[in-house]
Design a protein around this ligand. Sequence first.
Ligand code: ADP
Ligand code: MG
Length: 400
Amino acid sequence: MSSFKTLDDLPADLTGEVALVRVDLNLPMKDGSATDLTRVEAVKPTILELAERGAKVLLLAHFGRPGGQRSSVLSTSMVVGDVEKVLGKEVMFIPEITGPVVAQSIGILRGGDIGLLDNTRFWPGEEANDPNLAQAIAANGTLYVNDAFSAVHRAHATTEGLAHFLPAYAGRSMEAELKALDAALGNPETPVAAVVGGAKVSTKLAVLEHLVGKVQHLIIGGGMANTFLAARGVNVGKSLCEHDLADTVAKIMDEADHAGCTVHLPYDVVVAKEFAANPASLRTCNVHEVEADEMILDLGPQAVEALGDVLKTCRTLVWNGPLGAFETPPFDAATVALARTTAALTLEGSLISVAGGGDTVAALAQAGASNDFSYVSTAGGAFLEWMEGRVLPGVAALEA
Ligand code: ADP
Ligand code: MG
């Protein structure tokens, strides 16, 4: 396990400390109000714990893309009410991130109080990871806590730079995410299976290339399976398919072979002539029987059963990408069925299951399976970069 410090490495009593806490408050907004407070819920334990232990807690977050300039509609003051609602505590808005205004505000706060600094991206040095900005922010704090896993793939002043100027700790949600990811690919119990689905091979090439050397079973679903099938000479009709990637796919299959990784492609698929809900032309067939005017829109039931059997032999599963066009019924069937099998194996204790990706999170929620996976990451871009085996600068800075 990689070594990063957590809140457990701090003294129990944090009276006198000023904790600068990087969080993700980039809430989805509609007509000026937040439509989903999941991101605030995620960082609530860290904030309340630091406050209860007596620290003054100063929250740092970006909000939208102001491009290094102040913008009244992108001020974090827009979400201060939402943060107060979720925390059940008053939060003082501070319209700066450095300097005397912040220092004076800290003077007003008592131990256990919470302040929210303005949008870090109003300052160009944030995204440029300017050490002068990081140092100026650090000057008002005594410790740095990063609880924004969703931002660790970016080396910005508040996601990476601050760790060089203050003692740095992972917050509780960061800690949970890093432990889950470590259990899934860092230091997993074997055999490990990976499900990679979604629309296109081209957007997930780096993921596939990394996984073939890491897992024993690589399960390909979604539109990506069409590209794999076509590369092996299967006629996939009108399916979403990247025919120009045949050589790339052949190379990945070769690498998998060398690494002892079994690549699983479907035997049967669900096809239709038009992409619509419950189309009249819907049928299930063997992959070799797809007609020229048909599209593959989901994996078939035999394939799903076979994949369930593979998962029964595995100890760890990492999943990114739906197996079919799950937004349109009944092309969610394979994703839902395999998600439920995964949930059941996880509950039994035979499988550690970690999933992530924007559409994957939605698909697992649709299957009612999210709560029964070991961990579902909502981090999007950071999760995918982790699946590519890339160094995440915000994590590396915590480990330094
Ligand atoms: P994630 O966001 O979880 O990383 P992706 O964005 O890569 O996943 O892919 C999700 C999209 O792939 C969904 O919109 C889904 O409808 C689409 N998809 C999956 N299978 C197919 C298919 N056979 N044909 C067309 N689209 C598909
Ligand atoms: Mg997506």
